[in-house]
Ligand binder design. Sequence first.
Ligand SMILES: *[C@@H]1O[C@H](CO)[C@@H](O)[C@H](O)[C@H]1NC(C)=O
Ligand SMILES: *[C@@H]1O[C@H](CO)[C@@H](O)[C@H](O)[C@H]1NC(C)=O
Ligand SMILES: *[C@@H]1O[C@H](CO)[C@@H](O)[C@H](O)[C@H]1NC(C)=O
Length: 412
Amino acid sequence: MICSIRLLTLFAALVTVTSAGPLEKRGLVTVPISKSAPSGHKALGHFERRRASEFLAGRYGKGISGYQAGTTASNTASNTSTSIGVANALDTYTMQVQVGTNKQSFNLLIDTGSSNTWVGAATKYKPSSSSKSTGDSITVSYGSGMFKGKEYLDTVSLGNGLVINQQSIGVATSSQGFEGVDGIIGIGPADLTEDTVSRTTTVPTVTDNLLSQGSIAQEVIGIYYAPTTENGAINGELTFGGVDTSKTTGAINYVPITETQPAGQYWGINQTISLGSTELLSAAGIVDTGTTLVLLATDVFDQYMQAIPGATIDQNSGLLEIPASQVNSLQTLNFQIGGVTYPFTAKDQVLDQALNTFYGGNASAFYSVVSDLGSPSGQGLDFINGYLFLERFYSVYDTTNNQVGFATTANS
Ligand SMILES: *[C@@H]1O[C@H](CO)[C@@H](O)[C@H](O)[C@H]1NC(C)=O
Ligand SMILES: *[C@@H]1O[C@H](CO)[C@@H](O)[C@H](O)[C@H]1NC(C)=O
Ligand SMILES: *[C@@H]1O[C@H](CO)[C@@H](O)[C@H](O)[C@H]1NC(C)=O
């Protein structure tokens, strides 16, 4: 399969973090990308709707029986921040995390939509002298999968630069839906860990511990993804403790976490979406690194689709197929967040064709990165800005000040 061969080549590469500014004080961390490729194809549109339905039900990333509301979620660059390279596994962004005194390495999916960190889906966890079993069990549900396991406290190193002592981690005894990765580094709000671990209300996330152990000055994560202009362009970085201003152009525009539920349980924001100058939606939704596409509530998506003559839904991939004749004349989709408009141009709206077959589509077709959320608007979570949106704009997840920020980049 051509796709896998290309992926293996890409995964053998190294990501080098190159940035300047305040981060230089602590030195930057270079993280190798693991040599692994996602297996098989996935019908992306269908897959993403299953994940979205769990967010809508307020269940995503939670204990199987868990229900809770509310979230805690900054500001500009701190000088105590460290950037770590991230890789795009084509269907997700991952980073290398080392666990234990033996520095066992795991390739973990970066998920802003959940908050437990766990390992062992592919590579089996080997306890070392720093690992301590808590005797508790852990179960977490994700739209497209789940995992069960045992809870441990262990030393977690992020890109060799940041060390977290006694981090609560799950070690999988069984998992579904995580082929090609070892688990998750959960960087969503800590409340999402409620009822995931037995005999425990919530467990501190990696960012909670980085703050409490003095490794970062504020609980803020900045994410920079380089746009995927080629098959599997893989450069990106995660900055703990602040914003890597060498990657942004202009100020960070912050908005409070939305009060609307269930979006407010995640990194939820209020946003207005317009097609050209026609407003389609003004509502709450979420920003999610674990989602690939931009998902819009069904009635809003239908308006988007109807504005593209001849557009149809491809049954295999579940994606919106755009006639070749329309590809260059798509109207700009404008995302207005906190008074700032982030334009998503015709070019931004077309999925990189090199990924078509991987996503269950036809190699020569054109698919939109805008897809159907699978439920109508008015349900408190009417859109998901996935990583194809986040590849255009720098994003900031600020637990300390309960807000999300965006900035343009040189790629915007
Ligand atoms: C961080 O910045 C503050 C204020 O600018 C300064 O006093 C402090 O020395 C800096 N710390 C480091 C580690 O550079
Ligand atoms: C978001 O929109 C909702 C519904 O219009 C509104 O109640 C809320 O005040 C807005 N702002 C925030 C931060 O939630
Ligand atoms: C793929 O697209 C081409 C060109 O439109 C078409 O001829 C072919 O039938 C399509 N194949 C499938 C499997 O849909």
